[in-house]
Write a protein that binds this ligand. Structure first.
Ligand code: EPZ
Length: 438
């Protein structure tokens, strides 16, 4: 259990470099299993989810090493195609290894993935698409067993632009015979980052960002160096934190295009925003104003992952905002907790109405998921007095050194972190799990 102590009432001010992207890192780490290679990845965020992905790679027989924001991976020694439940349940992205293992080993065996409880989160689109590539998939004793043998390229139409299903097809299709045309694909920037990485690995792939991706197999390269792009949701969270406190912030190493919808609504709420090269400057009025109707949507629409933090920034706004969550069934879990601060947030089904209040008062809250936990930290920054957030380790799954970054901007925030190191077994070295046993 991590405990966040937040004393509010201070305007955030200053410049901040944004962390590397969690949601780009995870599929890129899964891609390391697709072919035997040595890779050096930089700007990799230090996150619990990244640690979980590295544990999976080591379990599969890869070597990994981490030095600051650099990760070195050698996947030549990979020996297995199964992932145990305890590694699968740590995060949703573990399911992306299915496509990678099918490409590398022609088989994969794993249980259903874990991750934030934002709704049902089935993987039917993943399985349907991989079956179209020729994989035989069945459930056996609570596990999903995939046998691919020789995958065959084909035309796949996704009925919904699922990020995860798109990534799984991109990885599996690298080993398919012939060309795969993936239509209705997700267009998130993380998909483009994965395409760039796969091209550096020797894949023939194009179209990421357009909704139609064509994958024409791979001629594996033995080594690569790649940089993880910035985290557009972490950037959105820091911008909302400055807005929630009536402060100002300069975000460094960012691409405003990737979170332009968030900046659009912060501007509508009264913030002055200047974007220049790889910097975004935002300065907020003492009180924001409501922004009317807002709907979350797949990229380039408003990101569902930024919905909770924008909600938190608008708790003390003048006027009303109505947010409709179209991606997940259960993504307003932060609302009842934010109401403990004195906020007026009314949830009905997939719509939340925020009626801004003059003042918020610190309280004891409990985080139920990653972005909801971040929203509570922002609520605490906007409240008077102390807010205490009990957090079963959600926030540090996706935010790197959030307390340090906020303190550098003038926030009064302390964190008691429960450092429960998860090991690969009885030895902590970065050697593959198999070798440790010897
Ligand atoms: C990715 O999750 C992100 N995670 C999520 O961020 C993000 O919220 C989500 O995309 C949407 O943008 C990572 O990239 C690691 P989806 P993913 O498949 O791949 C339904 C965060 O906070 N669906 O696009 O799981 C599903 O239930 C996380 O960083 C099916 O019905 O999202 C959901 O309602 C949270 N069947 C919707 O589609 C399927 O087979 C979007 O899911 C797959 C998905």
């Amino acid at each position: 259990m991590d405990i966040w102590h937040v004393r509010g009432g201070r305007k955030l001010k200053g410049a901040c470099r944004v962390q590397g992207s969690k949601n780009a890192s995870l599929p890129i780490l899964a891609a390391m299993a697709v072919s035997p290679l040595r890779a050096e990845l930089s700007n990799v965020p230090r996150l619990r989810d990244v640690d979980a992905a590295l544990r999976i790679l080591r379990h599969l027989g890869c070597r990994t090493e981490q030095e600051g924001d650099r990760v070195y991976i050698d996947s030549a020694g990979m020996t297995r195609g199964d992932i145990p439940h305890e590694l699968m349940e740590e995060m949703r992205s573990s399911v992306i290894f299915m496509g990678a293992l099918l490409a590398r080993c022609g088989e994969a065996r794993m249980s259903l993935p874990g991750g934030c409880r934002l709704g049902k989160r089935p993987i039917d689109l993943h399985l349907a698409a991989l079956r179209q590539l020729g994989a035989e998939i069945r459930e056996e004793e609570g596990e999903i067993v995939c046998r691919g043998g020789k995958l065959r390229g084909t035309r796949i139409e996704l009925p919904f632009p699922s990020v995860g299903a798109t990534e799984n097809v991109m990885l599996a299709a690298c080993a398919a015979e012939g060309e795969t045309e993936l239509c209705g694909a997700a267009r998130e920037p993380e998909i483009t980052a994965l395409q760039q990485l796969l091209c550096a690995m020797g894949a023939r792939i194009r179209g990421a960002g357009s909704g139609r991706i064509v994958i024409g197999g791979m001629v594996p390269r033995p080594a690569l160096c790649a940089r993880i792009p910035f985290d557009r949701i972490a950037a959105s969270t820091l911008a909302c934190a400055a807005a929630a406190t009536g402060g100002s912030i300069e975000l460094l190493d960012v691409d405003a295009q990737q979170f332009s919808t968030v900046l659009y609504f912060l501007n509508r709420a009264g913030c002055d925003i200047i974007t220049q090269n790889s910097r975004v400057c935002l300065s907020a009025p003492p009180r924001l104003c409501g922004v009317g109707d807002l709907r979350t949507a797949p990229f380039p629409g408003f990101p569902t992952d930024a919905q909770p933090v924008l909600m938190a920034a608008l708790l003390r706004s003048r006027g009303r905002t109505r947010i409709t969550e179209t991606i997940f069934e259960n993504r307003f879990r932060q609302a009842p907790e934010l109401r403990r601060l004195g906020a007026d947030v009314r949830v009905s089904g997939r719509t939340a109405e925020i009626r801004g209040v003059e003042r918020l008062q610190g309280a004891a809250l409990t985080a139920g998921d990653l972005r909801g936990g971040a929203a509570m930290i922002l609520g605490g920054l906007a409240a008077e007095g102390e807010t205490l957030i009990r957090d079963e380790g959600h926030v540090l799954r996706g935010y790197e050194a959030l307390d340090e970054r906020l303190r550098a901007l003038g926030a009064d925030i302390q964190t008691e972190i429960c450092n429960e190191e998860k090991s690969d077994g009885d030895d902590k070295s970065d050697a593959p799990a198999g070798e440790q046993a010897q």
